[in-house]
Design a binder for this molecule. Sequence first.
Ligand code: GDP
Ligand code: MG
Length: 348
Amino acid sequence: MSRLKGENASLGSPHPLSDVEQSIEKIAVGGGPVLDFSYVGIDAILEQMRKKAMKQGFELNIMVVGQSGLGKSTLMNTLFKSKVSRKSALEKEKEKIPKTVEIKSISHDVEEKGVRMKLTVIDTPGFGDQINNENCWQPIMKFINDQYEAYLQEEININRKKRIPDSRVHCCIYFIPPTGHCLRPLDVEFMRRLSKVVNIVPVIAKADTLTLEERDFFKQKIREELRANGIDVYPQKEFDEDAEDRMINEKIREMIPFAVVGSDQEYQVNGRRLLGRKTKWGTIEVENIAHCEFAYLRDLLIRTHMQNIKDITSSIHYELYRVRRLHENNTVAAANGLPEHRLVAHEM
Ligand code: GDP
Ligand code: MG
């Protein structure tokens, strides 16, 4: 195959060289590597997937839950204003998360290095603010199930949308008050119930109100209590896929709950503008890991585990809902002698 150009010309071949032959010739003449015919190009699928994902963009829906005044809205503003979206947050200053009186979603389109992401925050009103907090987890559970239901109805439609709008809650950040003692029965009740339907990431709110020793003690205590109550928060042990996964997730499990501080104010510190909380004795820099664990939380949600958080939502939590719902519907349909293809809207 490796004829040289000179030979070819001198022979006056009646057949012009094909593209492949020409390229082989160039390589042979230049003394470079010879084309490898055993290479099929399967790895190019990665590039194809990358292009498709870049065009589609990504979506992440985060919900925040906790008592009034624990800094939920502030922390979400911090997330939008911090490095994930400093640019787009500046443009959309008006959209600052307002005081929360009902479950409310706010979306921001964030872009970095050509990759688009729609980050939606679902802010909930004070949870457990009443004197009687029995069943106060119900509206939140209902909201989460309603989103699964909406997705399911789209999925079983005969004329399905090419891309089903995804409003499912991928992750629920639960704010624990910085008491420094232990979880309250309400915290246990909420996380125990909700961890079965959504990924829960617990955080210690307003961690700047605890000393470092108090923080460490409280964190450890919470981990023990979660374990004792059989509460499986994200990243759940049973969904570790392999040894590498386990190693990475084990480190995160040792850090949970993240002790966070939120702020939507920027201050000048050593010539740099930083998000922080100014006190008489200095400024707490919320993105500085020496000051608090906000950056770890953000990295988990966006930089390292976003895809996994979404996968678990869809393949575990949503799947459970779907199976239960279809099963239930079949039972109802069979009892009434009805066709099974349409789900009856109904309260879960
Ligand atoms: P929400 O009711 O949970 O949404 O709480 P807000 O975000 O409205 O915050 C309530 C108050 O707590 C505001 O005055 C905030 O400035 C303050 N706050 C928010 N985050 C923190 C924090 O991390 N540390 C401290 N010390 N105060 C905070
Ligand atoms: Mg609020």
